[in-house]
Design a protein around this ligand. Structure first.
Ligand code: SF4
Ligand code: SF4
Ligand code: SF4
Length: 227
């Protein structure tokens, strides 16, 4: 692993702008000192468009070199629901929720788990990680794991090292054949992700915990009442 990866996002400005138009860090105004993220990256999974094909998780594994036996992204299938011939499945995304309030970061004793102040992306510095697994225990979404190759904690980081720094969208987003995934900056009112979020009601997982996740979901079916 090169030093350039470790130092990623630490520079004053990453000017990479690819065909998809993503930049990691907007140029800061000279002398301006702000602790707020310059961008706030988020993801929408439109479950009404998801067909459970797993192209996203396969692309994630390949691009991020995720070993067999562990995964940064899974599509969970529930169902079938309803009666024939109107049966349907529900597909939900299981990955890091990119929380604003981060229990995983709070418990890390070495600073290996961190949230980047410029992008809001929660990530792991594998060189600082001692494998104590505190973050794994603290994550209420149970999406962290110890990478058997690096021996460090691992999880989805929106492909920040493997795709975003080249100006590309996360691998899952590019691979999805139905455009069920939208990625972007939710602080930009003109971004595609904000338009998608305004176009349909969405929900987030375990909001009551106060983690303020930045993975939004558009529900495939209406809610149900369970007694
Ligand atoms: S989903 Fe878990 S690992 Fe991801 S930011 Fe939230 S608490 Fe941390
Ligand atoms: S496993 Fe690594 S990232 Fe997680 S709390 Fe321990 S040192 Fe921090
Ligand atoms: S690639 Fe798209 S349609 Fe296929 S499982 Fe993933 S989100 Fe769903």
């Amino acid at each position: 692993m090169s030093n350039s990866r470790r130092l990623f996002l630490k520079g004053a400005c990453v000017a990479a702008v690819g065909a998809s138009g993503f930049t990691l860090v907007r140029a800061k105004e000279a002398g301006k000192n702000t602790s707020k993220p310059v961008y706030k990256y988020a993801l929408v999974h439109d479950e009404t468009k998801c067909i459970g094909c797993d192209a996203c998780s396969i692309a994630c594994r390949e691009v991020n070199q995720v070993p067999e036996g562990v995964s940064r992204l899974e599509i969970k299938r529930e169902g079938p629901f309803g009666e024939y011939p109107n049966q349907y499945f529900r597909f939900t995304r299981h990955s890091c929720q990119q929380c604003e309030s981060t229990p995983c970061v709070d418990v890390c004793p070495t600073g290996a788990a961190y949230k980047d102040p410029d992008t809001g992306i929660v990530s792991v510095d594998e060189w600082k990680c001692v494998g104590c697994q505190y973050c794994i225990a603290a994550c209420p979404y149970q999406i962290r794991f110890i990478n058997p190759i690096t021996k460090a904690a691992d999880k989805c980081d929106f492909c920040k090292d493997t795709r975003l720094k080249e100006g590309k969208k996360p691998a899952c987003v590019s691979a999805c054949p139905t455009k069920a995934l939208t990625f972007g900056d939710i602080t930009d009112p003109d971004s595609q992700i904000v338009k998608v979020l305004k176009s349909a009601p969405s929900y987030r997982s375990k909001l009551d915990l106060g983690t303020r996740p930045k993975v939004f979901r558009i529900a495939s079916q209406g809610g149900e009442v369970k007694l």
